[in-house]
Design a protein around this ligand. Structure first.
Ligand code: NAP
Length: 249
């Protein structure tokens, strides 16, 4: 079988569950060795690793919080020492602290920005140092449709996801001369723990706003990530690509 990512080393942040797990499995099935990052769910990360192996690939779990700059640098020092490179970075780790913004606590604002936006910056900065030397690489940032269209009750989350779009475009310009691509994906509502936690009434409302009348699957996001990480997407950089069932056009 043709495996377009053979020989590539990928890091998927928040690979322990949900969309990150699906991305890890997809990249591994296409031949990449996948480092499955987790923060608080080591057992779930181990399960993702097993899933990657079952899909015919190679993977290992790598625990650190993306919101901790020193921990990120330490993890990348380890990657450099062991592998000497990183080919694909998927900034997928994310959290949401929802509520009316006038009542939003500083700590919820900072926590969301720390993980979703700062964490992506820390990981991309460390990965880019290795990619620049190799003169190749792909960085894929998982933003959100709400980063494009806004959403009441999610001010910190939306701000972090909109920030990721700026980060994507600025990094894409800075890294393009070394053939490193940087793109953002903006999923709509995808079936994971994050969306399972939503109020039932809200879920019904969301479905009304989705022309394709269903939630997306993590595997559908994973397929788009795999395309952007692969050789057929070498001429795509600085783009924001929606996968949202048509809810934002
Ligand atoms: P999820 O099921 O809640 O999983 C979140 C993942 O992020 C977990 O693997 C978690 O790992 C990891 N994570 C959280 N804090 C972390 C930290 N400090 N360091 C490293 N990893 C951390 O979420 P999901 O629905 O799969 O979402 C994945 C990404 O897609 C997020 O960025 C989310 O914003 C984005 N997204 C999701 C949807 C959706 O509808 N589901 C839509 C648009 C965008 P641990 O459990 O190990 O902490």
């Amino acid at each position: 079988m043709n495996k377009p990512l053979s020989g590539k080393l990928a890091l998927v942040t928040g690979g322990s569950r949900g969309i990150g797990r699906a991305i890890s499995i997809k990249l591994a099935s296409l031949g990449a060795k996948v480092l499955v990052n987790y923060s608080s769910s080591p057992d779930a990360a181990d399960e993702t690793v097993r899933n990657c192996v079952e899909a015919g690939g190679e993977a290992e779990a790598l625990g650190f919080s993306v919101g901790d700059s020193a921990a990120v640098d330490q993890a990348f020092d380890g990657i450099k020492e062991k592998y000497g490179k990183i080919d694909i970075l998927v900034n997928n780790a994310g959290i949401s602290r929802d509520g009316l913004f006038i009542r939003m606590r500083d700590e919820d604002w900072h926590k969301t920005l720390d993980i979703n936006l700062n964490g992506s910056f820390y990981c991309a900065r460390a990965a880019a140092k290795l990619m620049l030397k190799a003169k190749q690489g792909a960085i894929i940032n998982i933003s959100s449709v709400v980063g494009e269209m806004g959403n009441g009750g999610q001010v910190p989350y939306v701000s972090s996801k909109a920030g990721l779009l700026g980060l994507t475009k600025a990094m894409a310009r800075e890294l393009a001369s070394r053939s490193i691509t940087v793109n953002a994906i903006t999923p709509g509502f995808i079936r994971t723990d994050m969306t399972d936690a939503l109020d039932e009434k809200l879920k019904v409302e969301h479905l009304k706003a989705i022309p394709l009348s269903r939630y997306g699957e993590p595997s559908e996001v994973a397929s788009l990530v795999a395309f952007l990480a692969g050789p057929e997407a070498a001429y795509i950089t600085g783009q924001v690509i929606g996968i949202n069932g048509g809810m934002y056009m």
